[in-house]
Design a protein around this ligand. Structure first.
Ligand code: ADP
Length: 426
């Protein structure tokens, strides 16, 4: 029998007793009133005891009681106990998480909605010079580099920002922000000093080697030209050798020039001017056609807008020339190459479209890598350095532009350079 049934039976028995005694003595109503009051007082007493117990947190063992109230005490006590257990487990998990993040080699800082520091691990305290007392302080007041403040405000955290450590400027950090939860952000900083050092060494090495190769190459080319002039054509082997040597030195010269251009693109300060893109494209197309004078016109230039672009003319010229050169190089001599300059909703676009051999979809993401040439090209020995599209990518990056490649094997390719409309200057 459950407690409610028991409680009901007791109530009914009491009512029965009152009815009998009341019936015998003629005081039924007063007795019924006394019974109701007594029951009410008992409940009030129990509520009072319960309220006192719960007010103190319900932590102590509940007072001795019986019936429904014992059940109520027992259930509340059990809920409290489970909650305590869960809290303990959660606390342990948080401790473990804190210990592991404390041990992380990367700096981690939890930021609140107003950029205030909520928590920082040991590495963060070391590289950013944060103290335990900095909790609650706004991070822009402690890391004052303008590029960091700009990054924090930008709310575009796709790429990390590279900063020196405020404590030791010889340490380079890649700082990244990851938003999570309601307005919370996790700031992660990784020490990339070695990586940056190696990158610098690679750039210096490539720049030095390319630079040093220039002089011997010029000398070699000079002598080759003299020897070719002296060749009377009596020995076909000699003539063929000279031609091949000239071809190879020219190829090497292109390589060195492209490498030097790439180095310049990586290191040179950006300078911008208003570039007359329609005029530039007309000139590039004219020059490309002059080279192939004996073939019919292959290039169709469509200038849908007169828009000019904020940028670096020399760099844009290299990029566009490379794209057009590739389109002509990798398509049949009698096919058409379309160059189109137009304005879309939020960008200025240059399309270079050919009806050539196309690029396999697996190759598309790789063609802008340095020295990447598809196997077919390597085997066919189509002239090239494998640096052209790497140059295009770099130039576009410096102009906040994006390169998209749409290509189908056997049908042709379309290379689109999309410049943000904010760069339009006419
Ligand atoms: P290169 O042309 O000197 O080999 P690039 O960096 O300009 O080097 O191009 C890399 C590779 O991308 C080329 O080797 C070729 O396989 C592919 N490619 C580039 N442009 C085209 C194009 N218009 N059509 C087909 N393949 C192309």
């Amino acid at each position: 029998m459950d407690v409610w049934q028991k409680e009901l039976i007791i109530g009914l028995l009491l009512l029965l007793a009152v009815s009998i005694v009341g019936g015998m003595t003629g005081f039924f109503m007063p007795l019924a009133l006394i019974l109701t009051l007594a029951l009410l007082m008992r409940q009030l007493y129990q509520i009072n005891r319960f309220e006192k117990w719960i007010r103190t947190g319900g932590r102590a063992k509940y007072p001795k009681t019986s019936g429904v109230w014992e059940e109520i005490y027992y259930h509340v006590y059990r809920i409290k106990k489970n909650e305590k257990k869960r809290k303990k487990k959660l606390g342990k998990m948080v401790d473990q998480f804190r210990q592991s993040t404390e041990a992380l080699p990367d700096a981690a800082v939890v930021l609140g909605a107003n950029d205030e520091i909520e928590w920082a691990n040991k590495a963060a305290r070391e590289v950013f010079g944060l103290k335990q007392t900095d909790k609650g302080q706004r991070i822009p007041n402690l890391i004052r580099f303008p590029e960091f403040i700009r990054y924090l405000k930008s709310e575009n955290y796709k790429e990390p920002v590279i900063l020196p450590s405020p404590v030791d400027h010889s340490i380079t950090l890649a700082v990244r922000i990851i938003p999570y939860g309601a307005g919370l952000r996790l700031l992660l900083a990784q020490d990339v000093t070695q990586l940056k050092k190696m990158e610098r060494m690679r750039k210096d090495f490539v720049a030095n080697v390319s630079h040093e190769l220039r002089t011997p190459l010029t000398v070699l080319k000079g002598y080759l030209e003299t020897l070719q002039d002296m060749d009377d054509g009596e020995s076909p082997l000699l003539t063929a050798s000279f031609r091949q040597m000239q071809g190879q030195t020219e190829r090497m010269q292109h390589l060195v020039d492209d490498l030097l251009l790439l180095t310049r693109l990586e290191t040179k300060q950006k300078k911008t001017e208003c570039v007359n893109v329609p005029a530039l494209l007309s000139q590039i197309c004219k020059e490309a056609e002059v080279v192939k004078d004996n073939t019919p016109r292959r290039i169709e230039l469509i200038l849908e807008t007169e828009a000019q672009l904020m940028g670096e003319e020399q760099e844009l010229c290299s990029a566009f020339t490379n794209l057009l050169g590739n389109a002509l190089k990798y398509s049949p001599e009698d096919s058409l190459v379309k160059v189109r300059w137009y304005q879309s909703k939020d960008s200025l676009v240059l399309d270079v479209e050919d009806q050539g051999e196309g690029i396999a979809s697996a190759d598309i993401p790789r063609v802008t890598e340095r020295f990447y040439r598809s196997e077919v090209k390597r085997n066919k020995k189509v002239g090239g350095t494998g640096l052209g599209l790497a140059i295009v990518k770099h130039v576009l990056m410096r102009h906040e532009a994006k390169l998209t490649i749409v290509s189908e094997v056997g049908k042709g390719s379309r290379f689109s350079c999309c410049f943000p409309i904010k760069r339009m200057c006419s």
